[in-house]
Ligand binder design. Structure first.
Ligand SMILES: CSC[C@H]1O[C@H](OP(=O)(O)O)[C@H](O)[C@@H]1O
Length: 366
């Protein structure tokens, strides 16, 4: 995507062909800082501390993390140890395990001396595939928006109002994004679209990252408190919802940022179409029941009790929100059952949130 006219991905190979460069998303929206990862330990930290985040980008970062690990020790044991360290960074996004499995499958058949070059090549291919998949799902989602716009335009509407939760934009992937890819494609198609941006407590990925993206891209948007969406839906101010996902089961249950389930309930109650956008590496074909089988990350309660923002003098400051001694709990994700989902938007098209729907698009998984 473009930032002030300059094209960026979220992760790329450094000019020296060894380091891996990322945008430090903990510094956004107020500071744009690029970090060069030079070790597998730094790649682990980047994922664990959410310098990079978002399921597809976590996968891409893990892939390059294993390439950095291969430079350190390309033996079977060395790669296996790095796999475990990277896999342990965050538990929910299945893209992490998917990417690590892809890397191991590509490297272990090779002589040790060929593994570093192959690792960087496979990591680059994983990134390129993510970009292509998200562009394709963006087109599929844009068709949904376009059809809805035709109806709304005929009824006299001036724009399409879309609500999204958290950040499932290009900052959550290598490029294009998932939930926001259809928005960018709709903007390219000249459809007047406005985005309601859930701030998404506690880390505020919506307010700090989705708003940042849409601001850079010139897409009309409004940041709202997480609890506002239901009210907007009751008053006909939301035409559709598109969110991302960190892991979707073979039966269509969707794990996404905490609060997604509540938006889906409100959408169902108000007859608002609720779509989930995902590239296929986000599908966990090994599980069916998302509520019971998907591990939900719990993060530091400091993310809940404190917040960081820009002070009047432009410096970034952290302040405490709740009183000393008041306990907090910080669940990172929840699961939206398939019954609440209108459709899944994938790189192969749109399908119902069901085993039959997914197998219709991915028959090789049958
Ligand atoms: C396209 S994946 C985006 C997905 O990832 C976010 O989680 P986190 O920021 O904690 O990595 C959130 O669940 C988004 O929907």
């Amino acid at each position: 995507m473009k930032i002030n006219g300059v094209s960026y991905r979220t992760i790329w190979l450094a000019a020296d062909g060894a380091g891996v460069e990322i945008i430090d998303q903990t510094r956004l929206p107020h500071e744009f800082v690029v970090i060069t990862l030079r070790s597998s330990a730094e790649a682990e930290a980047a994922i664990r501390e959410m310098w990079v985040r978002g399921a597809p980008l976590i996968g891409a970062a893990a892939a390059y993390g294993l390439a950095l690990a291969a430079r350190e020790d390309a033996s079977d044991a060395g790669l296996a140890a790095a796999y475990q360290r990277l896999h342990a960074t965050r538990p929910t996004a299945i893209n992490l395990k998917w990417a690590l499995d892809e890397m191991i499958a590509a490297l272990t058949p090779l002589p040790v001396g060929e593994r570093v070059a192959a690792a960087y090549a496979r990591a680059a291919a994983i990134c390129d595939a993510d970009v292509a998949q998200n562009a394709a799902l963006g087109e599929a989602g844009c068709a949904i928006i376009a059809a809805l716009w035709e109806k709304k335009k005929a009824a006299g509407a001036e724009r399409i109002n879309l609500l999204t939760h958290c950040n499932a934009g290009w900052l959550a992937t290598v490029d294009w994004g998932t939930a926001l890819a259809p928005v960018y494609k709709a903007v390219e198609a000249g459809i007047p679209i406005h985005v309601w941006v859930d701030e998404t407590r506690p880390r505020n990925q919506g307010a700090s990252l989705t708003a940042r993206e849409l601001n850079w891209h010139g897409v009309p948007h409004t940041v709202i408190a997480d609890n506002t969406g239901g009210h907007l839906m009751q008053h006909g101010m939301v035409d559709l919802v598109i969110v991302g996902t960190d892991r979707t089961t073979r039966d269509g249950d969707v794990c996404n940022k905490i609060g997604t389930y509540l938006k889906a309930l409100a959408a169902k109650d108000n007859g608002v179409p609720f779509y989930v956008a995902l590239p296929s590496p986000t599908i966990d074909w090994t599980i069916a029941d998302g509520v019971r089988e998907i591990p939900i990350e719990q993060r530091s309660t400091r993310e809940q009790t404190h917040i960081t923002g820009k002070a009047a003098d432009g410096t970034l400051v952290e302040v405490q929100l709740s009183p000393d001694g008041s306990p907090a709990v910080n669940y990172g994700f929840d699961v939206t059952p398939a019954r609440l989902i209108t459709g899944l938007i994938t790189e192969r098209g749109v399908c119902p949130a069901s085993r039959e729907g997914l197998l219709g698009l991915f028959p090789e998984r049958g």
